[in-house]
Design a protein around this ligand. Structure first.
Ligand SMILES: Nc1ncnc2c1ncn2[C@@H]1O[C@H](COP(=O)(O)OP(=O)(O)OP(=O)(O)O)[C@@H](O)[C@H]1O
Length: 322
């Protein structure tokens, strides 16, 4: 349905996105991840039709998405773009902001849709409040609800939860992505948060310096990371030299997650604890081994300079890599 081919768009300073290719079907969710400035927002805006491409094409079904040179009002009509700036009407209420974009056949249907979105995003308490008086997180929720008032075929969300506190965020993102799946709305979202990516995206694209380093299913991108940069977007990782540990693997280096390292008294290798971070359900410990850092998870807390034994959990690692 969405076909992006060889898309290149560069800003005046020659930064932007280069040679991007991907396809999505109706209802697919794609997460865009990568370090700050890698091109996530530029890609989102370009797909929406806010920029004229330097090269390549974007097609929704068979229709070509064209930039401002071809459209009086930039932005493709069947898409919705939720920018980091929200674009709400400040002097009207939350409810009016949502209702302005409704397009149901009867006033009753419009009211039902508006009530559904207000409930979905926990906006009941502020529905009669003017937008200019809302907090950043409340504005962001109104903006998401507004974007869904008239269901778009594709929604482009640029860091949709950046202003929302952790407490609400978990609940809201579960509801949002469930709602998008139910309505079969295709979604592309940019995020810095691995917790947005893993449970809620079918596909993930890793961007660096405007280029796509990986575009596969989210499970594949996580399980078989192309390199340290791709893996580290999901958390701390170890790049292990296979020779140093006499590991019989085809590659010189292998990426191993901290939870794939077992810590215990009888384990094979010994190192020294240099840091221990409390993570709630476990500790993340940093081990000095031959002057290199190894990250491992442990249910037991360690003190700095404690000796610690560790080994690789080959069952887990092979299971992931196979
Ligand atoms: N309007 C613009 N004019 C010139 N350069 C721009 C413009 N917008 C973005 N850039 C540059 O293009 C590159 C990509 O920016 P972009 O905003 O797409 O990155 P991003 O991955 O969304 O970053 P972040 O995660 O910090 O939001 C950056 O180097 C940025 O400075």
């Amino acid at each position: 349905m969405l076909t992006v081919s060889n898309l290149t768009y560069l800003h005046e300073n020659d930064k932007g996105v280069l040679n991007i290719n991907f396809e999505l079907k109706k209802g697919d969710h794609l997460a865009l991840i990568g370090e700050s400035g890698c091109g996530k927002s530029t890609l989102i805006k370009t797909v929406y039709g806010l920029f004229d491409l330097d090269k390549g094409s974007i097609k929704w079904r068979k229709e070509e998405i064209l930039g401002p040179a071809y459209n009086l009002v930039p932005g493709y009509k069947r898409f919705k773009h939720l920018s980091q700036e929200f674009d709400l009407m400040p002097f009207t209420t939350s409810e009016e902001n949502i209702q302005k974009f409704l397009s149901r056949e009867t006033p009753e249907e419009n009211q039902r849709r508006s009530d559904e979105l207000i409930a979905l995003f926990d906006l009941d308490e502020v529905k009669h409040q003017k937008v200019k008086t809302l907090s950043g997180g409340q504005k962001q929720r109104v903006a998401i609800a507004q974007a869904l008032a008239k269901p778009p075929e594709l929604i482009l969300l640029d860091e949709p939860f950046s202003h929302i506190d952790q407490f609400l965020k978990h609940r809201l993102r579960r509801r949002l992505f469930k709602f998008l799946k139910k309505e079969e709305i295709t979604c592309i979202f940019a995020t810095h948060d691995a917790d947005d990516v893993l449970p809620f995206s079918d596909f993930t694209m890793v961007l660096k310096d405007g280029k796509s380093l990986d575009f596969r299913t989210t499970q594949q991108v996580y399980s078989k990371p192309k390199n340290e940069y791709c893996a580290s977007l999901f958390g701390d990782v170890n790049v292990i030299d296979t020779c140093e540990f006499n590991l019989e693997l085809a590659d010189d280096k292998v990426i191993i997650f901290p939870h794939e390292i077992r810590v215990g008294t009888t384990s094979k290798y010994q190192g020294r604890v240099t840091s221990s971070y409390f993570k709630g359900s476990h500790y993340l410990i940093e081990i000095d081994f031959n002057s290199k850092s190894i990250f491992a998870t442990s249910t037991e807390d360690f003190k700095i300079n404690d000796n610690v034994n560790f080994d690789f959990d080959w069952d887990k690692i092979k299971n992931r890599l196979n």
